[in-house]
Design a protein around this ligand. Structure first.
Ligand code: SN0
Length: 315
């Protein structure tokens, strides 16, 4: 594997999940594979799970790891071509990414969307420039429109915890005070549409995701209808795709509670984290027996390790 930016870069998602679960059983079996190989993790935005789990995954494979919080510790990056750099930007992404490719065998990049210019965000301008200029394999650590390592960890979690062959999985919108990216729900939707699950998305009117990511999903504005008989509930806020990046009212009644769990099949509750308690998800759910959010975050290691292993094998 030379690029991991979406589910479309994966030849066989079931095989990748199996590989991840095998690594979970025997994390240090491939210590020689990463010997003298270097992973550089480049963050343009904050991270806890992605940073630590990807670093741990690389160490399990015997790799060396370098982390650069380029937004705080690097030179201010210029992304546009053909401009006179007489303002605040110091270094062009062409040189910056090119240099990183000299130091690393694999590069991971995190870059959130600006949520102002939809065309720019959905063209994955920043992520694609890193890919083009660094000239080594690149793994997405969440880009403007997708978070594939998260989605792979989510699928691993569902595979591990499911009690029926084809579980009902519901992605439900949750309230928030800030406009958040569509990357996590887009990505979760496109992975679930390819997985062997019965997949439903529930959201208030106006929060429809870009249809490119939701082909084959059941889509409803009725949260109760969606939750009925659910085996897994994936809770996430996102801002509107149209008008792009907007918040369309509080919709506080969309927060999941124990009362709402009664109509589910004792559903397991998932969230990519970070989660704002009692805004997106109630204390009673997060501290109760149905929450699997910490277990899910634990699986981020095996998702990253399965992907890095395939990349190392193709170097
Ligand atoms: C990010 C998102 O894409 O929704 C990262 C998720 C892995 N979440 C946030 O930016 C949360 C910010 C906040 O203020 O709650």
């Amino acid at each position: 594997m030379k690029l991991f930016s979406s589910v479309n870069d994966v030849a066989d998602i079931n095989a990748l999940v199996k590989e991840a679960l095998k690594l979970k059983q025997n994390p240090y079996a491939n210590q020689d594979l990463g010997k003298n190989k270097t992973l550089a993790l480049i963050f343009l935005n904050p991270s806890l799970r992605t940073r630590m789990s990807t670093q741990k995954a690389a160490l399990n494979l015997g790799m060396n790891v370098m982390v650069l919080n380029i937004d705080k510790e690097g030179w201010a990056l210029e992304l546009r071509d053909g401009v006179i750099m007489d303002g605040s930007t110091v270094e062009h992404i062409r040189e910056a990414a090119g240099v990183m490719g000299q130091y690393a065998d694999i590069i991971g990049v995190r870059s959130f969307p600006g949520l102002r210019n939809r065309e720019e965000d959905y063209s994955e301008m920043i992520f694609n420039k890193f890919v083009a200029f660094c000239k080594v394999p690149v793994v997405s650590l969440e880009s403007a429109t997708r978070h594939p390592l998260q989605s792979l960890a989510d699928l691993i979690t569902i595979e591990e915890l499911k009690t029926t062959a084809r579980p009902k999985v519901v992605l439900t919108w949750a309230p928030h005070i800030k406009p958040l990216p569509q990357a996590v729900p887009n990505s979760f939707a496109e992975w679930m549409c390819k997985a062997d699950v019965d997949f439903t998305i529930a959201q208030p009117k106006g929060y429809e995701l870009c249809a490119d990511f939701t082909q084959g999903a059941n889509i409803t504005y009725d949260q109760d209808e969606a939750l009925t008989g659910a085996d897994f509930i994936y809770v996430k806020n996102w801002s509107a795709y149209e008008p792009y990046g907007n918040i369309l009212g509080k919709n506080e009644e969309w927060m999941l509670t124990n009362e709402k769990l009664k109509i589910t099949n004792d559903a397991k509750v998932m969230h990519c984290l970070p989660v704002r308690r009692n805004l997106e998800l109630s204390d009673e759910i997060l501290d109760g027996p149905n929450s699997v959010v910490v277990h899910e975050a634990g699986n981020r290691v095996w998702a990253a390790q399965a992907v890095l292993k395939q990349m190392l094998e193709s170097l």
